[in-house]
Design a protein around this ligand. Structure first.
Ligand code: SF4
Length: 489
């Protein structure tokens, strides 16, 4: 059996062919010198790799080096490797395989195989690759939440029940998530990262207690905790934001599943079992299943299917630099309560749930005309669950509309009224979500109209945006708005 070279996001048992397979792991530090990652993200990945190595014991050769190439030079035996998760790592593996005996194997860790995705996409015959169609195909193919040929409950989609406004309480009143307990490996990682910082390596964000799983046992505990305590209310408030309840009913399983510590189908099975046992309603379970075997796999496959140059797209010509306060996760750089809160969450935990990510952080970047490439890099570096394959389609396609409509037929742009409806931020803000002019003008509301104004010609041709463009045509004092926001014109 060949020694398996495992990357830092291939850490679960499913990435080995046999529990006794010999393993090579390389902790290559050059990547940390090249880009400023969130301190907690660096901690999470190193801690997870070292915990896995400790479990594997003498079956693993664990090397700490500057580059992968340096590590491989120390190992003189045939290797095999599963397809890595970025174009850059794939090219590296291809180059190395041309130089030495490395067998390249298909990727693992996703519910749909690349062959099944390609077959599905090719069968579309040029029609749009819609997530909803892919998701239904996956439900049938994987037999998840199905009753014969029909979806359980008679409907494929419960989104309409999963968009409730936040309750009028400060929190959902759920128990605090079951956080992992740090150990001596974490202490060593912390010491090593402190040393790297003293040597000049730059991180963003705060160091803090580790909140996300780094072992299989911790990941299973996190899954169990979610299913027991938060799944039942996951759907209902999925799209809401509560200022004082950062976690709400979210699973927070994206970090362990993206490290390879959980298999997506095992997450889905646990949620479906809770539904069958009457412990969680269909709208919650379907919403979760949709995120895991729908959205996550769809994004993974599009990353490869759309090609390497997809990341360079900038259909809206958004070329402004992301400002330093945002890059450095400094909430004092803005007076906007929603934005400051979302940045604080990323600063403190390297995490925010999908609505602050999409409707606050990404929406703001879109309205401001910030570079989608810089935003992709920012999300990748700043979030504990961010990887190239996750962020390229999510940012270029989903949130910044930089692909011109391949992933989403209309841009996810919204004004202050949306945030006011779906969060409890606006009451505490110096701005007024209804105002687009003057001192109290909400930057989201003013920014939304300026975004439409700036892209008027393009959106006039998009039938899903036509109503917004005609509302812009009726807008009073557009000249004043433009004069107050010359940088967004
Ligand atoms: Fe955010 Fe505008 Fe509401 Fe302030 S008023 S919290 S900036 S949406």
């Amino acid at each position: 059996m060949r020694r398996r070279w495992l990357f830092g996001d291939q850490l679960g048992p499913q990435f080995l062919d046999d529990p006794d397979q010999p393993v090579l792991m390389i902790e290559a530090h050059r990547v940390l010198r090249r880009r400023a990652f969130h301190r907690q993200k660096a901690h999470l990945v190193l801690s997870a790799m070292r915990h896995r190595a400790a479990e594997l014991g003498d079956r693993v050769t664990y090397l700490v080096t500057d580059t992968y190439r340096e590590g491989l030079a120390q190992v003189d035996e045939p290797l095999d490797v599963l397809q890595p998760t970025s174009w850059e790592a794939l090219h590296l593996v291809d180059r190395l395989a041309a130089e030495r005996d490395i067998e390249r194997l298909p990727a693992r860790g996703y519910a749909t195989s690349r062959a099944d995705f390609t077959a599905w996409a090719d069968a579309r015959g040029g029609r749009r690759l819609l997530m909803e169609d892919f998701y239904r195909d996956a439900r049938i193919r994987l037999d998840v939440l199905m009753e014969g040929a029909e979806p359980v409950g008679g409907r494929w989609n419960y989104d309409a029940e999963n968009r409730e406004k936040p309750p009028r309480t400060r929190t959902l009143g759920l128990p605090e998530p079951s956080w992992p307990v740090e150990d001596e490996i974490d202490a060593q990682v912390r010491e090593d990262l402190d040393r790297l910082e003293r040597e000049g390596v730059r991180f963003v964000g705060e160091d803090g207690r580790r909140r996300f799983a780094v072992t299989r046992a911790e990941a299973l505990n996190a899954l169990d905790d979610f299913v027991q305590h938060r799944l039942a209310t996951f759907g209902r408030y999925e799209d809401a934001i509560l200022r004082e309840d950062r976690w709400m009913s979210h699973s927070m399983l994206s970090a362990p599943v993206n490290l390879g510590l959980l298999d997506p189908l095992e997450e889905v099975d646990a949620a479906v079992e809770a539904y069958r046992a009457g412990e969680a309603p269909i709208n919650a379970v379907e919403g979760f299943v949709r995120q895991v075997i729908g959205w996550r796999d769809y994004i993974w496959h599009l990353y490869w299917y759309l090609g390497e140059d997809y990341r360079d797209r900038n259909a809206l010509g958004a070329h402004r630099d992301v400002p330093g306060w945002f890059v450095d996760l400094d909430p004092s750089g803005t007076d906007a309560a929603c934005l400051s809160s979302a940045l604080t969450s990323v600063r403190e935990d390297g995490w925010a749930h999908h609505i602050p990510r999409l409707m606050v952080l990404s929406n703001y970047a879109l309205l401001q005309g910030w570079s989608p490439q810089q935003m992709t890099d920012w999300f990748h570096r700043s979030f504990v669950d961010g990887y190239d394959w996750v962020m390229v389609p999510n940012v270029i396609g989903m949130s910044q509309h930089a692909d011109g409509g391949v992933l989403a037929t209309k841009p996810y742009a919204g004004g202050g009224n949306y945030i006011n409806t779906m969060s409890d931020h606006c009451g505490t803000c110096v701005y007024d979500p209804k105002q687009r002019l003057g001192e109290k003008a909400c930057p989201f509301t003013a920014g939304y109209w300026m975004f439409l104004h700036r892209n008027r010609e393009r959106f006039a041709r998009n039938h899903r945006m036509a109503r917004s463009v005609s509302a812009l045509d009726q807008l009073a004092h557009l000249d004043v708005l433009v004069a107050e926001n010359p940088e967004l014109a």
